[in-house]
Design a protein around this ligand. Structure first.
Ligand code: TYM
Length: 330
């Protein structure tokens, strides 16, 4: 079975971007692949979260993953910090990671802009830790959204560098999505991607109430009406269609595409329909996650079992990496 790894940071509430970029793939992949999915709590430390928030975020991310359909019996579902082997591989890979190259990573440059007062070394080496997450299980496929593409390229560089210096150990992992392209779910304000931290009214969370989902969609950006036949659709409208394609039936999508084409579309109707379909999609996940997230006994059992599975695989890789490097003395 091919090995699959992917993680989600514990920085806040999960949103539709996380679901359609990542979790949807996890749920399909768990049936046929050897999957390792985890909560990236170390990665979320770059912004110095409050310890209480960190803890509740970790439990909620676990609960939201299970509520979305991830089956802890079929995959290893664990928390990154439970696997010390990852930290050791991170240290080893840091010797193959160059400062100049890390400084040029676009996500690093964004962070420097967003938090100039806290440009710590953890931010700079973020892609190295992420590579360690992936390479520790010698994964070949990594289901992620479009925004992680560059990080995956870095993981390939480190795999190559290690292999050519010390001997063949790591396969080169590829970013994966069912369907041809990696997904980027847009924000409802028509600017950039949906994200955990940015404008909350422009992000649909898996924990949003029915009322809030409808409200956010009713406020989503539109344009002043369909373009002339043949002219390109505006970004804000194509974003709404993109969301509709995730949650609505083919008939509904066709209806609104047709009315757009013949210029009789009413955006208010479209948003209302999208609101209904989105509520039907999100509500069951929200309710299930709510029930799970305070069941600490259950979640503790899941994360412990997941960590056991993950450490077994991680220890094997690390042992070989040490040996190839020359760290074997006894
Ligand atoms: P994070 O926590 O920001 O996001 C988790 C997953 O959700 C995807 N995603 C999106 N996909 C489509 N459209 C969006 N608007 C959108 N927003 C988020 C992300 O691409 C990601 O797949 N560095 C990673 C966490 C990580 C990881 C790893 C991933 C740490 N180690 C190893 C894979 C393998 C991150 O910050 O994701």
């Amino acid at each position: 079975k091919e090995i699959v790894v992917s993680g989600i940071r514990s920085t806040g509430y999960l949103h539709l971007g996380n679901y359609f970029g990542a979790i949807r793939n996890y749920i399909r992949m768990q049936e046929t692949f050897n999957c390792y999915f985890f909560v990236a709590d170390w990665h979320s430390l770059t912004t110095h979260p409050d310890p209480k928030d960190l803890r509740s975020n970790v439990f909620r991310v676990l609960a939201e993953n299970i509520a979305s359909g991830l089956d802890p019996e079929k995959v290893a579902l664990y928390v990154q910090s439970d696997i010390p082997e990852i930290a050791e591989l991170y240290l080893l890979l840091n010797m193959l990671a160059y400062k100049g190259e890390l400084e040029r990573v676009p996500t690093f440059k964004d962070k420097v802009r967003l938090q100039p007062e806290n440009v710590n070394a953890g931010l700079l080496t973020y892609p190295v830790l992420m590579s360690a997450d992936i390479l520790i299980h010698r994964a070949v496929k990594v289901p992620v959204g479009k925004d992680q593409e560059q990080h995956l390229e870095m993981a390939c560089h480190y795999a190559q560098r290690f292999n050519s210096r010390y001997g063949e150990l790591f396969p080169e992992p590829v970013a994966f999505n069912f369907g041809d392209n990696l997904v980027k779910i847009p924000s409802l304000d028509g600017e950039g991607k949906m994200s955990k931290s940015e404008n909350q009214m422009a992000t649909l969370y898996l924990s949003d109430s029915d009322e809030l989902i409808r409200k956010k969609l009713s406020k989503a950006k539109t344009d002043s009406g369909p373009a002339e036949p043949g002219a390109p659709m505006s970004d804000s409208i194509s974003n709404l269609f993109l969301l509709m394609e995730q949650v609505s039936t083919p008939e509904v999508i066709k209806h609104f595409r047709d009315t757009y084409e013949n210029q009789s579309i009413r955006y208010g109707d479209m948003k209302k329909q999208l609101g209904d379909d989105m509520v039907n999609f999100i509500a069951p996940i929200r309710e299930k996650a709510l029930a799970l997230q305070h069941d600490q006994t259950y979640l503790n059992r899941i994360m412990k079992e997941g960590a056991e599975k993950a450490r077994e695989s991680a220890a094997q890789t690390l042992q070989q990496a040490r040996k190839l490097i020359g760290i074997h003395y006894y």
